[in-house]
Design a protein around this ligand. Structure first.
Ligand code: CUA
Length: 180
């Protein structure tokens, strides 16, 4: 004799609410995945990666031998910075009361930071600006940022780099451009 509903026996019964939550969870993953793909393809979002590689032993035979600001004209600037335990070599002698180096840039400057490390992993985070870089020995991290508002902005090393990590920082002062 043939059973009229042979599948019924082994069919997996899922509670109605459980099914709803499974569908919702799967849909959410779908939305996240779509957002990831849209971000990468439509908005060009990329993780900051090393723009170039450098031999840390030979830093002083490169542009990094003279760290600091370079005026490239038309409001564009390049900055070379070497990070080490526990300071940034910025090429300026001006320092804050607690000894942090000060970098001055004119208001509206479009500044490309090129940073590398002499020793271990460091970070480079500029407050109120979208700059959050990991600085690795052997890598040059680069990012361009426009300083559109005057002010004093702290930079901190936000990757643990040893005993003096919490003292590692610098200050960027955005001042009125000449003639302003
Ligand atoms: Cu350098 Cu933390």
């Amino acid at each position: 004799m043939q059973d009229t509903k042979p599948q019924e026996e082994g069919k997996l019964e899922i509670d109605r609410y459980e099914r709803i939550y499974i569908i919702l969870a799967a849909a959410m993953l779908g939305v996240f995945f779509a957002a990831l793909i849209a971000g990468a393809i439509i908005y060009g979002v990329r993780l900051p990666t090393a723009s170039a590689f450098i031999n840390p032993i030979l830093i002083d035979e490169t542009e990094f031998a003279n760290p600091g600001l370079r005026d490239m004209g038309d409001g564009n600037y390049e900055v070379y910075i070497v990070a080490h335990m526990w300071a940034y070599e910025v090429g300026t002698t001006e320092k804050t009361a607690v000894g942090l180096p000060i970098l001055r840039v004119p208001e509206g400057a479009k500044v490309t930071f090129n940073i590398t490390s002499r020793d271990v992993q460091h970070g480079f985070y500029i407050e109120h600006h979208n700059v959050n870089l990991q600085i690795l020995p052997g890598h040059i991290a680069s990012q361009t940022v426009t300083f559109s508002e005057r002010g004093t902005y702290h930079v901190i090393c936000h990757e643990y780099c040893g005993r003096g990590h919490q003292t590692m920082g610098m200050v960027i002062i955005v001042e009125p451009a000449d003639g302003a």
